[in-house]
Design a protein around this ligand. Sequence first.
Ligand code: KIV
Ligand code: ZN
Length: 387
Amino acid sequence: MRKIYVFDTTLRDGEQSPGVNLNTKEKVEIGLQLEKLGVDRIEAGFPAASPGDLEAVNAVARAVKNATIIGLARSREQDIDAVKEALKGAQDPCVHLFLATSPIHRKHKLRMEKEQVLETAEKAIRYAKQYFDKVEFSPEDAGRTELDFLCEVTAMAIRAGATVVNIPDTVGYMNPSEFGHIFKTLKSEVPGIEKIQLSAHCHDDLGMATANALAAILNGADQIEGTINGIGERAGNTAIEEVAMALATRADFFQANTSLTLSEIAKTSRLVSKLTGMVVPGNKAIVGANAFAHESGIHQDGMLKEKTTYEIISPDIIGLKESKLVLGKHSGRHAFREKLIDLGYELSDESVNQAFAKFKDLADKKKDVSDEDIRALLEEKLIDTPE
Ligand code: KIV
Ligand code: ZN
């Protein structure tokens, strides 16, 4: 089984979610939880962005011992110096340099020709190598970069000493087949590619961040970058928990896995949601409130007979106690009877039938029927309700 390295950027790209601002204490709390989750690398922030972020990255670097701590830098000496300062005290520091390479970014943002891009990036990587053993380089907007130029940039980064080359789909424009093709081409065309790790960094603008990350893995990526709950710029980044669970659940297909402690996923998700204020949608894969909830009678009946009929992941794997059978208008008698037993009611078949009819009337008027609603129903003179 091939190991896929997990690079968590919740504290950097995740913090770039509009409205999110984490203070030093919050970053350290999340960093320590990410360490428990077992991510390999933590991008703690962008030290040149503000003195507060530099301080926060430094605090994470000092607190977290069992992960590589990374600071982001533009391809400029003063940004690299800021990362150097921020990562003082880190056991395993790494700088993450980026420079845009796509024609749109070269023309409108950087106003640079290809040659200048190559020179600027090479100079920055060589400068960083004086201070860091580990240097990651990202050709920003790699997804929209000409593939032959991307090969040239990657070869330059390897020669200059980068240890990881990360391929960002900065604007979430790729689809799995195109993104996979980039990795396949880099792997086969770039001299020296076997000396470095190739990484995938996807955004979710078209809802394909997880699929694109998995396509990269199938085509040779060694590392995936993402955030907890998929938070991040605009529509967000690849959700780490989704990739980890896709690999763990379908190891037969991917022949690759992360080394995350999967039972820490639910806790990590809750902490990130609480501290960022970004609510996890109920239907979000793996960590949404409904991810292990079943409402329809047919599904509930199946679940009560054998859980694997409707669950491909057991909730305890991600650290949740159990799946939920939610009572609503699609629920059936089997789940209703189980709920009565759970609530301490031992009713005759006749009383169950009466109560079930009342429950269906109520469920037509209400989205979810709560335990309190059911108790109230039973207080309405059923034959053998408990005293
Ligand atoms: O999306 C992106 O291109 C980035 C880079 C800084 C890697 O976040
Ligand atoms: Zn990004």
